[in-house]
Design a binder for this molecule. Structure first.
Ligand code: NAD
Length: 259
């Protein structure tokens, strides 16, 4: 109303909301799940190993929800849950020159990084439409926007995930649902630490030089991100302040790619 100041509340309260975080037992998934839990959400903790999901669910006062996201039986179970916020995070990396990149690993990367998020989105969107609220956040990568050598599977899948994000955003935009991707640079997680050896071989460098000479070389901030930093961006996208933000790919990378 003219002349009246509208008060803005930047506290994000997810009490009453259920968040499914895939791959929540490690790295970014854990960081996002922890932030969501701190914001009051009920977190469905998904990962491959039931023992680990149980442990993490206890830590976060959430619900253990183990399963392989590419398994249609798991997707059927997701259909039965009321998921208000879906965080498609589960993933893995494989580093290899094109000539030795096996079609089996290439297909598996597309399956986990792209087909899984597609099937889970299909499973949760009808309920979100019914309730008139939903958030889908796809943890993509800077590799959804740029390429790096030796990552044929990963870069293909992440570019696809950003495209999928935009399509689902357009199909849900009038239903109170937003769909966005977060595109992190290198985050300090086992996925990054485990690729140092293969990157060393690919770039013909000693393993201890890979972090500074390959990974952080183009990054102005000269440090890895933390999972919590990705979590807070995800939390903002879940807030009412982000109601009008959809179909975007948010880069968080210490200034690396600037797109
Ligand atoms: P991580 O290896 O620490 O954790 C990934 C988790 O996903 C693991 O717990 C794993 O068990 C789980 N997972 C793998 N396949 C699964 C499946 N089929 N079903 C259920 N769970 C499965 O890796 P991270 O670095 O935390 O990466 C998480 C996501 O963030 C990935 O999609 C990755 O591509 C993306 N990402 C990571 C970085 C980074 O620098 N670490 C940067 C950009 C994007």
């Amino acid at each position: 109303m003219a002349g009246q100041k509208q008060k803005v509340n930047l506290v994000v309260d997810l009490t009453g909301k259920t968040v499914l975080v895939t791959g929540a037992c490690s790295g970014i998934g854990y960081g996002v799940a922890e932030v969501m839990s701190q914001a009051g959400a009920n977190v469905l903790v998904n990962d491959l190993l039931p023992g680990r999901t149980l442990e993490v669910a206890r830590q976060l006062q959430g619900e253990s929800f183990p399963g392989d996201i590419t398994d249609p039986d798991f997707v059927r179970l997701v259909r039965e849950k009321q998921v208000d916020i879906l965080i498609n995070n589960a993933g893995f990396q494989h580093v290899s020159p094109l000539e030795s990149f096996t079609p089996e690993i290439y297909r598996r990367m597309l399956e986990v990084l792209l087909v899984g998020p597609f099937m889970l989105s299909q499973a949760v969107v009808p309920g979100m439409k019914e309730r008139g609220f939903g958030r889908i956040i796809n943890i993509a990568s800077v590799h959804a926007k740029i390429a790096s050598a030796f990552k044929a599977g990963y870069v293909s899948a992440k570019h696809g995930l950003l495209g999928l994000t935009r399509v689902i955003a357009l199909e849900t935009a009038t239903h109170g649902i937003t769909v966005n991707a977060i595109c992190p640079g290198y985050v300090d997680t086992p996925l990054v630490r485990n690729q140092l050896k293969d990157l060393a071989a690919g770039h013909n460098l000693p393993e201890e030089d890979v972090l500074n000479q390959v990974i952080l070389r183009p990054v102005p901030m000269k440090r890895l991100l933390t999972p919590g930093e990705v979590g807070f961006l995800a939390l903002f996208l879940c807030s009412n302040a982000a109601d009008a933000i959809t179909a975007q790919g948010y880069t968080i990378d210490g200034g690396w790619i600037q797109i």
